[in-house]
Design a protein. Structure first.
Length: 413
């Protein structure tokens, strides 16, 4: 590993470390316990998301022994996990909900139904929760919800647009936990979305919804997916919203992409002049132009979340495709000299792959072609994983136990 490779990895790792979910929960538990259960009541913990296991462990360390807890997380984090006493673990499916997600959604609703007004629910929410637990609205099936997720992922919808539509089709999202629980709710939330809108993180189970079903229907038409939606989904979005006044939860943000970006700055990066946002095909040329103007020895750190339009059936994710597109852009611009670009998901997983993202440099495309692959054709098929793998340019971190969207590092030697 070269000095420049090590530098960009260290800066990325500093950003991931700053999103440690256990530390965030531990710091917040004094505030949490200012308002506890009533007479005869007890604490209950429901943790949902890619950081659910670490968050639940930290919370249960501070709560009475044998506090009931339900933990829903992704299979990578659930595998081989040692559970605290009194805790039940369910692995949902991500990024497209499956049978595990449906089982998790029913388990959450069943747990919330047991609570009385004398109890207190501690909701621990992190990114990925939208897919990991699902409870379709009346008249919808799991396959209907999975098809909606597939269409949203493929049309380039951003996270807020996805969640507006998801909330309209769910009994859990958009304040669903508040509607289902007779107990007051306290929420600790790890943000995986730019701007840290609590209504968007895991589709906002402990906050009021983003919008109405009518707005969801209009957005589907705007995104060009309305005619492809299953008929039951169209019918659901055309129904009037239920009228229900939701109780107010005590919600607190304990980690976010901005905090991780600050940690990257402390580790030696300068703040990039723009965020990771928009379609990767549009963002990559901006990054290449930035590299062209950067003085030697400069390192920039980015945070945010991009989108990608699916045209083929290859494997990869937004971070891998962004890294590959930057490599092509540098080659096409004829830029010489040493450079590196790393883009990765803070959860350690980019799309339906085992990679967090990609780390490319001046030798990456040459290595891909020398390995007998055609990176241009692979990119056209959204197969950035195979291209980067052939060039030794995959960023593999393993599951990190956290999720605060994406981070990137651009360095010029």
């Amino acid at each position: 590993m070269s000095k420049l490779d090590a530098q960009v990895r260290d800066i990325f790792n500093a950003g991931v470390a700053a999103a440690d979910p256990a530390q965030g929960v531990t710091r917040a538990m004094g505030w949490v316990q200012q308002e506890g259960p009533g007479p005869g009541g007890r604490w209950h913990v429901v943790a949902l998301g890619k950081a659910a296991l670490a968050m639940a462990r930290a919370a249960l360390d501070a709560l009475p022994d044998e506090t009931p807890a339900l933990i829903v997380t992704n299979p990578e984090n659930a595998s081989g996990a040692q559970l605290p006493a009194g805790a039940k673990l369910i692995a949902g499916d991500h990024p497209v909900p499956g049978a595990g997600s449906e089982a998790a959604g029913h388990a959450i609703l069943d747990h919330l139904a047991q609570l009385g007004p004398q109890d207190r629910l501690l909701a621990l929410i992190s990114g990925g929760g939208s897919a990991l637990a699902v409870a379709p609205a009346e008249g919808l099936s799991l396959s209907d919800k999975a098809e909606v997720s597939r269409l949203l992922l493929g049309c380039g919808a951003d996270i807020e647009q996805m969640n507006l539509i998801r909330q309209s089709l769910s009994r859990l999202k958009g304040g669903g936990w508040l509607a289902a629980s007779a107990a007051p709710v306290t929420g600790l939330i790890l943000s995986d979305v730019p701007g840290d809108d609590l209504r968007v993180i895991a589709s906002g189970p402990t906050v009021a919804p983003i919008g109405t079903r009518a707005q969801g229907a209009a957005l589907c038409r705007e995104l060009g997916i309305w005619d492809q939606l299953p008929a039951p989904v169209q019918s659901c979005l055309e129904r009037a919203d239920e009228t229900q006044t939701l109780p107010q939860a005590r919600n607190r943000l304990i980690g976010a992409n901005g905090i991780s970006c600050e940690a990257m700055m402390k580790a030696g990066a300068q703040a990039a002049p723009f965020a990771l946002s928009g379609d990767v095909a549009d963002l990559a040329p901006r990054i290449v132009a930035l590299l062209k103007e950067m003085p030697s020895g400069t390192v920039l750190g980015f945070g945010g979340e991009t989108t990608v339009k699916l045209r083929g059936d290859g494997a990869g994710g937004r971070n891998q495709e962004l890294a590959l597109r930057v490599a092509f852009g540098v080659e096409q611009a004829g830029l010489a000299g040493d450079w590196r670009f790393l883009s990765g998901g803070t959860d350690g997983r980019d799309g339906p792959t085992d990679a967090a993202g990609g780390l490319v440099g001046p030798e990456s495309l040459r290595a891909m072609r020398a390995a007998g692959t055609d990176p241009e054709a692979l990119l056209e098929n959204n197969d950035s994983y195979r291209a980067l793998q052939a060039g030794g340019a995959l960023l593999i971190t393993g599951a990190t136990g956290t999720n605060v969207a994406d981070l990137a590092v651009l360095a010029k030697g």
